[in-house]
Write a protein that binds this ligand. Structure first.
Ligand code: PLP
Length: 358
Protein backbone atom coordinates (compact mmCIF):
# COMPACT_ATOMS: atom_id res chain seq x y z
CA UNK A 1 0.00 0.00 0.00
CA UNK A 2 1.25 3.54 -0.76
CA UNK A 3 0.24 6.97 0.62
CA UNK A 4 -1.64 7.93 -2.53
CA UNK A 5 -4.18 5.17 -1.89
CA UNK A 6 -5.19 6.58 1.50
CA UNK A 7 -4.16 10.21 1.85
CA UNK A 8 -6.71 12.80 0.70
CA UNK A 9 -5.88 13.99 -2.84
CA UNK A 10 -5.77 17.66 -1.81
CA UNK A 11 -3.09 16.76 0.78
CA UNK A 12 -1.10 14.68 -1.73
CA UNK A 13 -1.03 17.74 -3.99
CA UNK A 14 0.41 20.04 -1.30
CA UNK A 15 4.08 20.74 -0.78
CA UNK A 16 5.19 20.65 2.87
CA UNK A 17 5.74 24.09 4.39
CA UNK A 18 9.41 24.74 3.77
CA UNK A 19 11.52 26.38 6.48
CA UNK A 20 14.99 27.21 5.09
CA UNK A 21 18.11 26.35 7.08
CA UNK A 22 19.41 29.59 8.61
CA UNK A 23 22.45 28.07 10.29
CA UNK A 24 25.32 30.56 10.38
CA UNK A 25 23.35 33.22 8.51
CA UNK A 26 22.06 36.64 9.54
CA UNK A 27 18.43 35.64 9.89
CA UNK A 28 16.18 38.25 8.29
CA UNK A 29 13.61 35.92 6.74
CA UNK A 30 10.93 35.26 9.36
CA UNK A 31 9.92 38.56 11.00
CA UNK A 32 11.40 37.63 14.36
CA UNK A 33 12.28 40.31 16.88
CA UNK A 34 16.11 40.18 16.93
CA UNK A 35 16.36 41.12 20.61
CA UNK A 36 16.48 38.72 23.56
CA UNK A 37 14.98 39.48 26.97
CA UNK A 38 17.17 41.71 29.13
CA UNK A 39 19.51 39.65 31.38
CA UNK A 40 17.64 40.31 34.60
CA UNK A 41 14.27 39.32 33.15
CA UNK A 42 15.83 36.25 31.53
CA UNK A 43 17.16 35.20 34.97
CA UNK A 44 13.74 35.66 36.50
CA UNK A 45 12.29 33.58 33.68
CA UNK A 46 14.76 30.83 34.52
CA UNK A 47 13.63 30.67 38.11
CA UNK A 48 9.94 30.84 37.19
CA UNK A 49 10.34 27.94 34.77
CA UNK A 50 12.43 25.97 37.28
CA UNK A 51 9.56 26.31 39.74
CA UNK A 52 6.92 25.13 37.25
CA UNK A 53 5.35 21.72 37.75
CA UNK A 54 5.99 20.10 34.37
CA UNK A 55 4.74 16.78 35.71
CA UNK A 56 1.21 18.27 35.70
CA UNK A 57 -0.98 19.20 32.75
CA UNK A 58 -1.24 22.94 32.18
CA UNK A 59 -4.22 25.01 33.31
CA UNK A 60 -6.60 24.07 30.44
CA UNK A 61 -8.19 27.52 30.31
CA UNK A 62 -4.99 29.46 31.06
CA UNK A 63 -7.01 31.93 33.12
CA UNK A 64 -3.95 33.47 34.81
CA UNK A 65 -2.29 34.13 31.49
CA UNK A 66 -5.49 35.56 30.02
CA UNK A 67 -5.72 38.15 32.79
CA UNK A 68 -2.19 39.31 32.02
CA UNK A 69 -2.88 39.35 28.27
CA UNK A 70 -6.04 41.40 28.67
CA UNK A 71 -4.08 44.02 30.53
CA UNK A 72 -1.02 43.93 28.26
CA UNK A 73 -3.05 44.26 25.06
CA UNK A 74 -5.99 46.37 26.30
CA UNK A 75 -8.58 43.80 25.23
CA UNK A 76 -12.10 45.21 25.73
CA UNK A 77 -13.75 43.56 28.74
CA UNK A 78 -16.88 42.50 26.83
CA UNK A 79 -14.80 40.38 24.42
CA UNK A 80 -13.90 36.76 25.09
CA UNK A 81 -10.48 35.44 24.11
CA UNK A 82 -9.28 32.10 22.78
CA UNK A 83 -5.61 31.16 23.02
CA UNK A 84 -3.82 29.17 20.35
CA UNK A 85 -0.49 27.42 19.93
CA UNK A 86 0.53 30.32 17.72
CA UNK A 87 -2.09 32.12 15.68
CA UNK A 88 -1.61 29.44 13.03
CA UNK A 89 -3.50 27.10 15.33
CA UNK A 90 -6.29 29.65 15.69
CA UNK A 91 -6.66 29.82 11.91
CA UNK A 92 -6.97 26.03 11.95
CA UNK A 93 -9.52 26.07 14.77
CA UNK A 94 -11.65 28.61 12.87
CA UNK A 95 -11.46 26.60 9.66
CA UNK A 96 -12.26 23.30 11.41
CA UNK A 97 -15.30 24.79 13.08
CA UNK A 98 -16.63 26.49 9.94
CA UNK A 99 -15.84 23.74 7.39
CA UNK A 100 -19.43 22.82 6.58
CA UNK A 101 -19.58 20.99 3.23
CA UNK A 102 -18.86 23.53 0.49
CA UNK A 103 -17.97 26.35 2.91
CA UNK A 104 -15.51 28.93 1.55
CA UNK A 105 -12.55 30.68 3.12
CA UNK A 106 -11.74 33.91 1.29
CA UNK A 107 -8.68 36.09 1.52
CA UNK A 108 -6.60 38.39 -0.64
CA UNK A 109 -3.44 37.63 -2.61
CA UNK A 110 -0.62 38.06 -2.02
CA UNK A 111 -1.10 37.53 1.71
CA UNK A 112 -0.27 35.05 4.46
CA UNK A 113 -0.11 31.63 2.77
CA UNK A 114 -1.37 29.70 5.81
CA UNK A 115 -4.94 30.89 5.07
CA UNK A 116 -4.96 28.86 1.86
CA UNK A 117 -2.99 25.92 3.25
CA UNK A 118 -5.20 25.56 6.31
CA UNK A 119 -8.36 25.86 4.20
CA UNK A 120 -7.07 22.88 2.24
CA UNK A 121 -6.13 20.91 5.40
CA UNK A 122 -9.63 21.41 6.71
CA UNK A 123 -11.51 20.74 3.49
CA UNK A 124 -12.75 24.29 2.91
CA UNK A 125 -12.94 25.84 -0.52
CA UNK A 126 -10.43 28.65 -0.88
CA UNK A 127 -10.85 31.87 -2.85
CA UNK A 128 -7.97 34.38 -3.16
CA UNK A 129 -8.89 37.81 -4.51
CA UNK A 130 -5.91 39.63 -6.07
CA UNK A 131 -4.88 42.95 -4.55
CA UNK A 132 -4.32 45.90 -6.89
CA UNK A 133 -0.76 46.34 -8.26
CA UNK A 134 0.00 48.73 -5.37
CA UNK A 135 -1.27 46.09 -2.90
CA UNK A 136 -4.50 47.86 -1.95
CA UNK A 137 -7.83 46.05 -1.60
CA UNK A 138 -9.64 45.84 -4.94
CA UNK A 139 -13.00 46.82 -3.50
CA UNK A 140 -15.10 45.96 -6.56
CA UNK A 141 -13.43 42.55 -6.92
CA UNK A 142 -13.84 41.85 -3.20
CA UNK A 143 -17.53 42.75 -3.12
CA UNK A 144 -18.12 40.69 -6.25
CA UNK A 145 -16.25 37.66 -4.85
CA UNK A 146 -18.13 37.92 -1.55
CA UNK A 147 -21.47 38.06 -3.37
CA UNK A 148 -20.59 35.07 -5.55
CA UNK A 149 -18.85 32.80 -3.02
CA UNK A 150 -20.67 33.82 0.19
CA UNK A 151 -17.61 33.04 2.32
CA UNK A 152 -18.06 31.59 5.79
CA UNK A 153 -14.68 33.05 6.75
CA UNK A 154 -12.66 36.01 5.47
CA UNK A 155 -9.09 36.73 6.58
CA UNK A 156 -7.57 40.18 6.18
CA UNK A 157 -4.04 40.67 7.49
CA UNK A 158 -3.69 44.23 8.81
CA UNK A 159 -0.83 45.11 8.18
CA UNK A 160 -0.57 42.61 5.36
CA UNK A 161 2.22 40.06 5.03
CA UNK A 162 4.25 40.04 2.73
CA UNK A 163 3.46 43.55 1.51
CA UNK A 164 3.78 45.47 4.80
CA UNK A 165 0.95 47.95 4.11
CA UNK A 166 -2.43 48.32 5.72
CA UNK A 167 -5.69 48.43 3.83
CA UNK A 168 -8.18 51.29 3.67
CA UNK A 169 -10.34 51.20 6.81
CA UNK A 170 -13.52 52.33 5.08
CA UNK A 171 -13.17 49.56 2.48
CA UNK A 172 -12.59 47.04 5.26
CA UNK A 173 -15.69 48.27 7.05
CA UNK A 174 -17.76 47.78 3.88
CA UNK A 175 -16.33 44.26 3.48
CA UNK A 176 -17.23 43.42 7.07
CA UNK A 177 -20.70 44.80 6.46
CA UNK A 178 -21.48 42.72 3.35
CA UNK A 179 -19.77 39.47 4.35
CA UNK A 180 -22.35 36.80 5.25
CA UNK A 181 -19.75 34.96 7.35
CA UNK A 182 -17.06 35.96 9.83
CA UNK A 183 -14.28 38.44 9.11
CA UNK A 184 -11.04 37.89 11.02
CA UNK A 185 -8.61 40.80 11.03
CA UNK A 186 -5.16 39.29 11.53
CA UNK A 187 -3.04 41.82 13.42
CA UNK A 188 0.18 39.80 13.67
CA UNK A 189 2.19 43.04 13.14
CA UNK A 190 0.19 45.23 15.49
CA UNK A 191 3.25 46.11 17.60
CA UNK A 192 4.83 47.95 14.65
CA UNK A 193 1.73 49.56 13.16
CA UNK A 194 1.55 52.76 15.22
CA UNK A 195 -1.67 51.79 16.99
CA UNK A 196 -3.68 50.88 13.87
CA UNK A 197 -6.16 48.19 14.94
CA UNK A 198 -9.70 46.89 14.67
CA UNK A 199 -9.78 45.58 18.24
CA UNK A 200 -11.96 48.41 19.54
CA UNK A 201 -14.31 47.94 16.59
CA UNK A 202 -15.09 44.30 17.40
CA UNK A 203 -17.96 45.10 19.83
CA UNK A 204 -19.76 47.14 17.13
CA UNK A 205 -20.07 44.14 14.79
CA UNK A 206 -21.51 40.66 15.16
CA UNK A 207 -19.19 39.06 12.59
CA UNK A 208 -15.80 40.60 13.37
CA UNK A 209 -12.92 39.04 15.31
CA UNK A 210 -9.34 40.20 15.80
CA UNK A 211 -6.46 37.73 15.88
CA UNK A 212 -2.98 38.53 17.14
CA UNK A 213 0.21 36.69 18.02
CA UNK A 214 3.12 37.35 20.38
CA UNK A 215 5.50 35.87 17.78
CA UNK A 216 6.50 39.07 15.99
CA UNK A 217 6.58 41.00 19.27
CA UNK A 218 9.53 38.97 20.51
CA UNK A 219 8.16 35.63 21.73
CA UNK A 220 8.10 33.53 18.55
CA UNK A 221 9.57 30.52 20.34
CA UNK A 222 6.69 30.33 22.81
CA UNK A 223 3.97 29.72 20.19
CA UNK A 224 1.08 31.82 21.48
CA UNK A 225 -1.67 33.66 19.67
CA UNK A 226 -5.08 34.99 20.66
CA UNK A 227 -8.43 35.52 19.06
CA UNK A 228 -10.68 38.21 20.53
CA UNK A 229 -14.37 38.27 19.71
CA UNK A 230 -17.97 37.94 20.82
CA UNK A 231 -18.54 35.35 23.58
CA UNK A 232 -20.99 33.22 21.59
CA UNK A 233 -18.49 32.72 18.76
CA UNK A 234 -15.49 32.05 20.98
CA UNK A 235 -17.52 29.45 22.93
CA UNK A 236 -18.03 27.42 19.73
CA UNK A 237 -14.40 27.66 18.64
CA UNK A 238 -13.28 26.63 22.12
CA UNK A 239 -14.95 23.24 21.53
CA UNK A 240 -12.58 22.56 18.63
CA UNK A 241 -9.47 23.58 20.59
CA UNK A 242 -7.60 20.53 21.85
CA UNK A 243 -7.27 20.46 25.63
CA UNK A 244 -3.94 21.80 26.89
CA UNK A 245 -3.01 23.36 23.54
CA UNK A 246 -0.88 25.97 25.31
CA UNK A 247 1.84 24.25 27.33
CA UNK A 248 2.68 25.09 30.90
CA UNK A 249 6.13 26.52 30.06
CA UNK A 250 4.58 28.80 27.44
CA UNK A 251 1.90 29.92 29.89
CA UNK A 252 4.44 30.74 32.58
CA UNK A 253 6.96 32.37 30.27
CA UNK A 254 4.31 34.46 28.50
CA UNK A 255 2.87 35.60 31.81
CA UNK A 256 6.21 36.87 32.98
CA UNK A 257 7.16 38.47 29.66
CA UNK A 258 3.77 40.17 29.25
CA UNK A 259 3.81 41.48 32.80
CA UNK A 260 6.80 43.39 31.39
CA UNK A 261 5.25 44.10 28.02
CA UNK A 262 6.81 47.58 27.98
CA UNK A 263 10.20 45.87 27.50
CA UNK A 264 8.91 44.25 24.32
CA UNK A 265 7.23 47.48 23.22
CA UNK A 266 10.52 49.33 23.57
CA UNK A 267 12.18 46.70 21.42
CA UNK A 268 9.39 47.13 18.87
CA UNK A 269 10.00 50.91 18.92
CA UNK A 270 13.71 50.30 18.16
CA UNK A 271 12.72 48.06 15.27
CA UNK A 272 10.37 50.73 13.90
CA UNK A 273 13.15 53.36 14.14
CA UNK A 274 15.47 50.98 12.31
CA UNK A 275 12.80 50.36 9.67
CA UNK A 276 12.64 54.09 8.96
CA UNK A 277 16.44 54.29 8.66
CA UNK A 278 16.56 51.20 6.45
CA UNK A 279 13.89 52.58 4.09
CA UNK A 280 15.84 55.81 3.67
CA UNK A 281 19.09 54.00 2.95
CA UNK A 282 17.50 51.52 0.55
CA UNK A 283 15.66 54.24 -1.36
CA UNK A 284 19.00 55.89 -2.09
CA UNK A 285 20.17 52.74 -3.91
CA UNK A 286 19.61 52.83 -7.66
CA UNK A 287 17.27 50.15 -9.01
CA UNK A 288 15.71 49.21 -5.67
CA UNK A 289 12.02 49.91 -5.15
CA UNK A 290 11.02 49.96 -1.47
CA UNK A 291 7.35 49.71 -0.52
CA UNK A 292 5.98 51.62 2.47
CA UNK A 293 5.69 49.36 5.51
CA UNK A 294 4.04 49.60 8.90
CA UNK A 295 5.34 46.17 9.90
CA UNK A 296 8.77 44.87 10.99
CA UNK A 297 9.80 43.97 7.46
CA UNK A 298 10.20 45.63 4.08
CA UNK A 299 9.13 44.50 0.64
CA UNK A 300 11.68 45.33 -2.07
CA UNK A 301 11.55 45.00 -5.82
CA UNK A 302 14.73 44.85 -7.85
CA UNK A 303 15.85 43.28 -11.11
CA UNK A 304 17.03 39.68 -10.77
CA UNK A 305 15.66 39.32 -7.23
CA UNK A 306 15.98 35.52 -7.21
CA UNK A 307 19.70 35.79 -8.03
CA UNK A 308 20.16 38.62 -5.55
CA UNK A 309 18.57 36.36 -2.91
CA UNK A 310 21.16 33.65 -3.62
CA UNK A 311 23.95 36.21 -3.66
CA UNK A 312 22.89 37.60 -0.29
CA UNK A 313 22.83 34.09 1.10
CA UNK A 314 26.36 33.43 -0.15
CA UNK A 315 27.35 36.62 1.64
CA UNK A 316 25.80 35.34 4.86
CA UNK A 317 22.38 37.05 4.89
CA UNK A 318 19.11 35.15 4.67
CA UNK A 319 16.05 37.09 3.46
CA UNK A 320 12.90 35.76 1.79
CA UNK A 321 12.57 35.56 -1.95
CA UNK A 322 9.00 36.05 -3.12
CA UNK A 323 9.84 35.89 -6.80
CA UNK A 324 7.45 33.37 -8.32
CA UNK A 325 5.16 33.26 -5.29
CA UNK A 326 2.54 35.48 -6.97
CA UNK A 327 2.42 37.49 -10.22
CA UNK A 328 2.28 40.75 -8.23
CA UNK A 329 5.51 39.76 -6.43
CA UNK A 330 7.75 39.33 -9.47
CA UNK A 331 11.32 40.29 -8.50
CA UNK A 332 10.36 40.93 -4.87
CA UNK A 333 12.32 40.18 -1.71
CA UNK A 334 11.08 40.52 1.85
CA UNK A 335 13.59 41.51 4.49
CA UNK A 336 12.92 41.50 8.21
CA UNK A 337 14.20 44.52 10.13
CA UNK A 338 16.97 43.30 12.44
CA UNK A 339 19.37 44.98 14.84
CA UNK A 340 21.37 47.95 13.51
CA UNK A 341 24.36 45.59 13.06
CA UNK A 342 22.32 43.00 11.18
CA UNK A 343 20.76 45.64 8.96
CA UNK A 344 24.24 47.01 8.26
CA UNK A 345 25.41 43.55 7.20
CA UNK A 346 22.35 43.24 4.95
CA UNK A 347 22.96 46.66 3.37
CA UNK A 348 26.65 45.88 2.78
CA UNK A 349 25.79 42.54 1.21
CA UNK A 350 23.08 44.10 -0.97
CA UNK A 351 25.37 46.91 -2.16
CA UNK A 352 28.06 44.36 -2.99
CA UNK A 353 25.52 42.28 -4.93
CA UNK A 354 24.24 45.31 -6.84
CA UNK A 355 27.83 46.28 -7.67
CA UNK A 356 28.56 42.90 -9.23
CA UNK A 357 25.51 43.36 -11.44
CA UNK A 358 26.07 46.91 -12.72
C1 PLP B 1 3.53 35.33 11.30
C2 PLP B 1 2.11 35.46 11.00
C3 PLP B 1 1.13 34.69 11.66
C4 PLP B 1 1.47 33.47 12.49
O1 PLP B 1 1.93 33.71 13.69
P1 PLP B 1 2.17 32.56 14.76
O2 PLP B 1 1.47 33.06 15.94
O3 PLP B 1 3.65 32.51 14.91
O4 PLP B 1 1.59 31.27 14.26
C5 PLP B 1 -0.21 34.94 11.40
N1 PLP B 1 -0.58 35.86 10.51
C6 PLP B 1 0.31 36.60 9.84
C7 PLP B 1 -0.18 37.61 8.86
C8 PLP B 1 1.68 36.41 10.04
O5 PLP B 1 2.56 37.10 9.32
Amino acid sequence: MSPDQLVRPEILRLNAYHVPDAHGLVKLDAMENPYRLPTELARELGSVLAGTAINRYPDPRADGLKVVMRRAFAIPAQLEILLGNGSDELIQILALALARPGATLLSVEPSFIMYRLIAEFCGMRYVGVPLTPDFALDEAAMLEAIAVHKPALVFLAYPNNPTGNTFDRAVMERIIHVTPGLVVVDEAYHAFAGGLSFLDDVPRHDNLLVMRTVSKLGLAGLRLGYLAGPRAWIAEFDKVRLPYNVGVLTQQAARLALEHVSVLEQQAACIVAERVRLVQTLRALPGVQVYDSVANFLLLRLAGAADVFEGLKRRGVLVKSLHGAHPLLTDCLRVTVGTPDENGLFLDALKAELDTRS
